[in-house]
Design a protein around this ligand. Structure first.
Ligand code: IPE
Ligand code: IPE
Ligand code: MG
Length: 264
């Protein structure tokens, strides 16, 4: 059983502000290149943006922030850049976990952690357990994450747990096995850096997510741009398969009636 309504099986309450924001932080390399700096300088600067965005999300009452930090395909990059990213991850955890904890942030890391060195895995586990009881914001870092990896590990987990049900699995059976079963599906997705693609991020969970793309490189992304994305989200009509006219009918089941919960 999952904790949260699925967008394909129930009509979610439409909210004025996103509850779960998922971001592909892209454009670090190009940000650096534009300044005649090594690509890794862009990654370093990107960490500063992460800090600012986490703070802004807390201030805006966003409950879940999910950041794509390293994809299962990013191992294809030059070894030097991969090594730098790993060290940056270690350094960021060492430096930031205490502050996150003080600010009431619960840290989670999703992805195939088995590929990481033990020192990094240990830091992740320590950060997760230290912050496990916090409830201001759940910050999820997707590291060595791939949407297909997630689906495959979930399918395999389900098949092992319930072999008797093979051939009759439902969406609801699968969802508890997904890496982010502790969070509702994202409402708003942002990709910086100009590309308009999903790059194997949250494939299952983005089914009905509102997508927002900006040319701004991640190190230049700021709270003004975040607010632009949220404003865009607010203007959208989330129909979840229904017609516009149906949204106006008060008798629709599961539709919220309080003004604060509607999209109007
Ligand atoms: C995103 O920035 C960070 C990671 C993928 C780790 P990029 O490094 O992809 O930057 P661009 O796309 O080359 O500019
Ligand atoms: C996606 O960015 C992954 C992360 C931001 C971690 P990439 O820059 O690797 O994406 P592609 O390969 O250009 O689609
Ligand atoms: Mg990129």
């Amino acid at each position: 059983m999952t904790l949260f309504a699925s967008t394909t099986r129930a009509i979610p309450h439409s909210r004025a502000a996103p509850r779960h924001l998922a971001i592909i932080m892209d454009g670090n390399g190009r940000w650096a290149k534009k300044r005649f700096l090594p690509r890794v300088a862009g990654h370093q600067q990107g960490v500063e943006t992460v800090r600012a965005v986490v703070k802004a999300c807390i201030e805006r009452g966003i409950e879940y922030l999910t950041l794509f930090a390293f994809s299962s395909e990013n191992w294809r990059r030059p070894a030097e850049e991969v090594g730098f990213l790993m060290n940056l991850f270690v350094a960021a955890l060492q430096r930031e976990v205490g502050r996150l904890h003080k600010n009431g942030v619960r840290l989670r890391v999703v992805g195939d952690l088995s590929a990481f060195e033990p020192r990094l895995i240990e830091l992740i586990r320590r950060g997760e357990s230290l912050t496990a009881g916090n409830d201001k914001l759940t910050l999820t870092i997707a590291a060595n994450y791939g949407g297909r990896w997630d689906l495959m590990q979930a399918f395999n987990g389900l098949a092992l747990a319930h072999p008797e049900k093979a051939g009759a699995y439902t969406e609801a059976d699968l969802e508890p096995f997904l890496a982010m079963s502790y969070a509702p599906e994202p409402d708003l997705f942002i990709r910086t850096g100009g590309e308009q693609r999903i790059s194997n991020f949250l494939l299952w969970q983005l089914a009905y997510c509102e997508l927002f793309f900006t040319d701004t490189f991640w190190p230049d992304f700021d709270t003004a741009m975040l607010d632009t994305a949220i404003a865009s989200f607010r203007r959208r009509e989330r129909r979840f398969g229904r017609t516009s006219e149906q949204l106006l009918e008060p008798a629709m089941p599961a539709l919220p009636t309080t003004p604060s919960e509607t999209n109007a």
